[in-house]
Ligand binder design. Structure first.
Ligand code: TRP
Length: 345
């Protein structure tokens, strides 16, 4: 049973499964680490819960100010989410800035969180320290209020996030508790959940670091849109070690272990089986590259099809936007009425 709030049934999920919200910023290209580490699970998870996936372009504004870039990146990310297999009929994929309720509820959240609470956010402290001497927007400071709005608007029960986002989910809960206490039960209290563990993909050139967009060398990162020949080359050049033995040990042989992890994730073959099949690095690199190519080629094709068909892409996005808007509008109305704002005339 969904909790009843203010006489309104919260969580209009018709699927009788938990409502789950994940959001992703449209910054940088999607790489193999994002795919095997998270997106694969988004795709399989769409049938297990009522999933909402927001492309949070307004959050990206806290660090991006180049004109004309964010829209294209948002569209590319949407095409990629559909290309990897999110089905707009099943998963609700939406663009944050297209649902004006996010900004509106964010203001209410800002008035429900204290300056002190926001000042204690480690992400703000880290990011603002890194930008020392540069422009630090107030948006970077109030970022968690917008994130709280993202979450509470959808009556999300579960929010799968990595460790770095736990504090933001905690503050969202604190805000929801405070609001409900002040104005009566309005928001569902969300909880952070550990995403199902995906493969931990490391940088091919520096296998002790996670594959990430902030990596220093492009050769270490495999992008979902890389051409086959580029993928092949990146795997051929992958850093291994000099002892020439194929064995799985993340501590002493991180490069080889990473190749085994990737090959295992792509082919659904247990690591032990793979270890017994290889005695040299050359064939292991070649087969891992080939397995990645086989996995990514259809995704890339679908991406390009969608990219070349903006009308279809807009149609797919509008399916999600419409569904998201309906839920968000109902929640914002509930919040307005709980506060006792003058009803619209
Ligand atoms: N802050 C998150 C990140 O940087 C992105 C995000 C925005 C988010 N809104 C959210 C994540 C709501 C989960 C739920 O990764």
């Amino acid at each position: 049973m969904e909790p009843i709030l203010c006489g309104v049934q919260a969580g209009t999920s018709v699927k009788d499964v938990p409502r789950v919200l994940s959001c992703i910023q449209p910054t940088g290209s999607v790489h193999l680490g994002n795919y095997l580490g998270a997106l694969v699970n988004w795709v399989s998870g769409q049938h297990e819960a009522d999933v909402y996936h927001g492309i949070v372009d307004l959050h990206a504004l806290t660090v991006t100010d180049e004109p004309g870039v964010l829209g294209a990146q948002t569209l590319d990310l949407a095409a990629m989410l559909f290309a990897v297999g999110l089905d707009p009929q099943v998963a609700t994929v939406f663009v944050q800035s297209h649902i004006h309720e996010h900004s509106e509820l964010a203001w209410i959240m800002e008035c429900t969180v204290s300056f002190g609470e926001l000042s204690r956010m480690t992400q703000f402290k880290d990011k603002s320290a890194k930008r020392e001497g540069e422009f630090v927007s107030a948006g970077l400071f109030t970022y968690p209020a917008l994130q709280a709005a993202d979450i509470l608007l959808y009556d999300a029960q579960d929010v799968p996030v990595g460790e770095d986002q736990r504090q933001h989910i905690e503050i969202t809960r604190d805000i929801a508790v405070r609001f409900n206490h002040r104005f009566g039960d309005t928001f569902i209290l969300p909880k952070a959940v550990h995403p199902k563990a995906g493969a931990r993909v490391m940088d091919l050139q520096d296998p002790t670091s996670k594959m990430s967009k902030s990596s220093t060398t492009e050769n270490g990162i495999v992008y979902l849109l890389d051409e086959n020949s580029v993928i092949e080359k990146k795997f051929k050049r992958a850093v291994t070690d000099s002892d020439g033995v194929v064995a799985y040990d993340r501590e002493t042989k991180p490069g080889v272990a990473n190749l085994l992890d990737i090959l295992s994730a792509c082919t659904q073959t247990p690591i032990d089986t793979l270890v017994s099949q290889y005695s040299q690095y050359g064939p292991l690199k070649k087969d891992t590259g080939d397995a990645v190519i086989a996995l990514l080629e259809p995704i890339r094709q679908r991406f390009h099809e969608l990219h070349n068909d903006p009308a279809e892409l807009s149609r797919l996005l509008s399916v999600g936007n419409d569904r998201a808007r309906e839920v968000a509008a109902a929640t914002l109305a509930r919040a307005h009425s709980a506060i006792g704002l003058l009803p619209r005339i």
